[in-house]
Design a protein around this ligand. Structure first.
Ligand code: FES
Length: 103
């Protein structure tokens, strides 16, 4: 794990309850905002090649657009079938008008 924070988006690109696909080094990430706080997970579902940024945020969970598997956004835990493998999560912070991620 790197010690470096990498800017990945502007604060206003991630609205409450919304998602944003972004990139950090070689990885594709999905950003979320829940109750004002930003979270980041890997963007690709662990069940298939779906982009979670195209999924549906329901409370603190993201529903995959392909087979409706569920993940808990803050922890990345797989919470609904057919998903059984957790998502990778990233540390996130907001600084000024930027969102930064630690890869
Ligand atoms: S690809 Fe996400 S649930 Fe199947």
């Amino acid at each position: 794990m790197s010690d470096e924070w990498i800017p990945v988006a502007r604060v206003d690109e991630v609205p409450e309850g919304g998602t944003l696909q972004t990139f950090c080094e070689q990885e594709v990430l999905c950003l979320y905002r829940l109750q004002g706080r930003v979270y980041a997970t890997q963007d690709t579902c662990t069940h298939g090649a779906a982009s979670l940024s195209e999924g549906y945020v329901d409370g603190d969970q993201i529903e995959c657009p392909f087979h409706q598997g569920l993940f808990h956004i803050p922890t990345g835990k797989a919470t609904g079938a057919p998903c059984t493998v957790d998502l990778k999560v990233y540390q996130v912070k907001e600084q000024g008008d930027e969102i930064l991620v630690k890869p």
